[in-house]
Design a protein around this ligand. Structure first.
Ligand code: AMP
Ligand code: ZN
Length: 118
């Protein structure tokens, strides 16, 4: 996930990264972009997206870069003042409910979340 320049021209997150479609951007670094989810499921619903097109966490092979993404997710939760807690989610594959096949971390917070998620 170090910037390898991998991109998929049909991928919605790659299009956001290349500014081909708009998004509400929270933060951007050379390695990742953090945006607000267009269909927010909580008062804060952020997506942390590596710039390299990696289909899912099952295909990720760089533990250091994965760790940085998690760290960024926690930084954003802090910035969003989710002091009562939050949830980090990575949907993976069809059974995991993944709909966009470009690795991303969801950060959800600002309300009491239920468990199990269903
Ligand atoms: P997942 O189901 O885990 O693959 O999550 C994909 C997420 O991307 C969903 O929560 C969608 O609401 C969100 N999403 C899809 N298109 C966009 C977009 N153009 N801008 C922001 N979020 C999006
Ligand atoms: Zn992509």
């Amino acid at each position: 996930m170090s910037p390898r320049g991998t991109s998929d021209s049909s991928c919605i997150f790659c299009k956001i990264i290349k500014r081909e479609i708009p998004a509400s951007i929270i933060e951007e670094t050379p390695e990742m972009i953090a945006i607000r989810d267009i269909n927010a499921q909580a008062p804060t619903h952020a997506l942390i997206i590596p710039k390299d097109h990696i289909a899912s966490i099952a295909e990720a092979d760089d533990a250091l870069e994965l760790g940085k993404l998690f760290q960024k997710a926690c930084d954003i939760a802090r910035q969003e003042r989710l002091v009562d807690g939050y949830r980090i989610v990575i949907n993976t594959g069809d059974d995991g409910g993944q709909t966009v096949h470009h690795l991303h971390i969801h950060v959800l917070g600002g309300r009491r979340l239920h468990w199990p998620p269903g």
